[in-house]
Design a protein. Structure first.
Length: 600
């Protein structure tokens, strides 16, 4: 059996079975290291797992693993030809974005493999959503050639084979809706509602509490990173601005903050006193760097400390950075190193630099713990990855985990416990491992399934925490299965032994994504369909019954808007569901939405 990162159990569960190549997490490196001595590992499962849902392929001919053990026919996806992703934890490769822009956040130019962002699963109302402009043109041309204008231009489409979005017209009847919503205009002004999104709302459907239109963006598009919710405000960054709205009614909470240049990075986390750090570019030229830091108070909009991120050594620049907050430490990652700051004062406290056998820190993950992933021995026989837990106050290494040679750490699904997703390009294989307190493998996912969280795209860095649609608690990992058409499932996987605990099917023929665990229940988001809006459901995590219970049914009248977010970010807090985009199209002809809030 092909061995997963860092000494799996003998014959073990979760050892990858020749599936998809890791392809591109954005970093050019493909490091991983052979293990030293196999550590204490959990016992092997009894018998090889049988092929699971979504696996029509036959297993490949078993081959010896690095320890002389024969490969078994599961629990990972079967291989496909190089360049064509085989079923794996993320199923389909992501296609470039709908706007034809150059490589950037959220918009890869070529297929990516497991851990990559995925286009909307089957059932989406927009058949071309998430596909390249050239592919769309080719598809439309094919329709014209094959079927003439009967298929390409029909009633109710836009002349390109796509359904027109319903255009909500302003009504002259003040009684048309009992609950007009605060639309904003992207500048924090609020004002009259030109689109009554609650008009025609049916019994049992939730309200659009408020919505916000997107600000102007360049024709090539712009990033809209981050979404922070406090008990008072909902705050969103977009292009060069940061906006804040009252969580209940959407009225502006404070005046929008405008930066001199475009926002290029944000901290996904906020501090315990509701502070975040925003990074913006040093200029507008091609040589500009993402090195200007600004602390912000989410509740008041007050600006705090500022700092400039210095370049590292040769080839270690701040052209792009990533940021995270762990306790009182802000971690800023460059291409080959990182710098830690005191998040309360902005004072630099320590650096994470090159160490050991040419080990360059390539990515960081923060929150409950601080994790660093380094690329070591690039180009040599000892090329490998190393993952370390760092003390956020001092930078001291608590433990180091070295995956087997050829394995690359791509994502971190959880930090407490540490759950890591890795790939092996040469073997077309993937693996999900849980690491114990000393950095040794305590379990590996042993489920023969194709999983599809929604993951962002990193061009120069790995974006370890760039996945939505995956959740974990102390003992269980929750992952969505792939569904090419119709409903998918959420699978609960034991972190103690990697085995499936239970699974539950989406209540409708649309994709269901796990969001978070709260109060002993899994909160999940069900995507909208042709006939109805999305849903928020809760699923009991214990006991014998795991039937989804509907918490919110979004209105059918806004289903098309809800589905129009090419790359969305979600949150469920205090009975409200927040949906925002992470990318602006820059198309002046569309009335693009920045975010919506649903509730009762």
């Amino acid at each position: 059996m092909s061995q997963p990162p860092s000494q799996p159990p003998n014959g073990g569960f979760g050892a990858p079975q020749d599936p998809p190549p890791q392809g591109g997490f954005g970093a050019p490196q493909s490091p991983q290291q052979p293990p030293a001595q196999p550590p204490q590992t959990p016992p092997p499962p009894q018998g090889a797992p049988q092929p699971g849902y979504g696996y029509p392929q036959q297993p490949p001919t078993p081959a010896p693993g690095p320890y002389g053990q024969p490969q078994q026919p599961g629990p990972y996806a079967q291989p496909g030809p190089y360049g064509t992703p085989a079923p794996g934890p993320y199923g389909q490769p992501q296609q470039p974005g709908p706007y034809g822009q150059q490589p950037g956040y959220g918009y890869p130019q070529q297929p990516q493999y497991p851990g990559a962002p995925t286009p909307p699963p089957g059932g989406s109302r927009n058949p071309f959503k998430g596909k390249p402009a050239l592919a769309i043109g080719a598809a439309v041309a094919a329709l014209l050639v094959i079927g003439g204008t009967v298929f390409a231009v029909t009633s109710g489409d836009d002349g390109g084979g796509k359904k027109k979005k319903p255009v909500a017209q302003k009504t002259d009847d003040p009684k048309a809706s009992e609950d007009p919503v605060n639309p904003g205009d992207g500048s924090g002004d609020g004002g009259e509602d030109p689109e009554d999104l609650n008009k025609g709302r049916k019994p049992g459907e939730a309200k659009v509490l408020w919505y916000k239109s997107a600000p102007d963006a360049p024709g090539s598009g712009a990033d809209a990173p981050g979404l922070w919710i406090t008990d008072k405000t909902a705050v969103k960054a977009a292009y060069k601005q940061v906006f804040a709205y009252n969580v209940g009614d959407g009225a502006p909470a404070w005046d929008a903050i405008t930066f001199e240049q475009k926002i290029c990075a944000v901290t996904p986390q906020k501090t315990s006193d509701d502070k975040v750090v925003v990074a913006y570019m040093s200029g507008s030229s091609d040589n500009a760097k993402c090195n200007q830091l600004q602390e912000l108070d989410l509740n008041t909009g007050e600006k705090g400390w500022t700092a400039e991120v210095a370049d590292g050594e040769l080839f270690d620049s701040a052209l792009q950075i990533e940021m995270s907050i762990t306790g009182s430490t802000l971690m800023v990652g460059r291409s080959q190193s990182g710098t830690a700051y005191d998040v309360t004062s902005g004072k630099k406290i320590w650096d994470k630099k090159k160490y050991g056998d040419a080990c360059f820190p390539a990515a960081f993950a923060g929150g409950e713990k601080l994790i660093a992933v380094s690329s070591c021995g690039a180009g040599g026989n000892n090329e490998h990855d190393e993952l370390q837990e760092l003390d956020p106050k001092t930078g001291k290494v608590k433990w180091t985990w070295k995956p087997d040679k050829g394995w690359r750490v791509g994502r971190v699904y959880s930090l407490n416990p540490v759950v890591v997703y890795s790939t092996n390009e040469d073997k077309d294989a993937w693996n999900i491992s849980t690491l114990g307190s000393g950095g040794t493998i305590s379990s590996q996912v042993d489920v023969d399934e194709s999983f599809t969280p929604e993951c962002g795209w990193a061009v120069l860095q790995r974006d370890l925490q760039g996945c939505q649609g995956v959740a974990a608690d102390a003992g269980t990992l929750y992952l969505p299965t792939e569904a090419t058409t119709g409903a998918n499932e959420i699978v609960a996987i034991s972190l103690a032994n990697g085995k499936e605990k239970w699974r539950v099917k989406s209540p409708v023929e649309e994709t269901m994504l796990p969001l978070k665990v709260e109060g002993g229940k899994l909160i999940a988001y069900v995507k909208p369909s042709w006939e109805s809006g999305g849903q928020v459901v809760s699923i009991p995590t214990t006991g014998s019954g795991h039937t989804p219970v509907k918490l919110l049914q979004h209105p059918a009248g806004t289903a098309d808007i809800e589905d129009s977010f090419y790359s969305g970010t979600y949150d469920w807090i205090d009975g409200r569901f927040y949906l925002s985009t992470t990318r602006l199209s820059g198309n002046d002809e569309t009335k693009e939405k920045l975010m919506l809030a649903f509730g009762k």
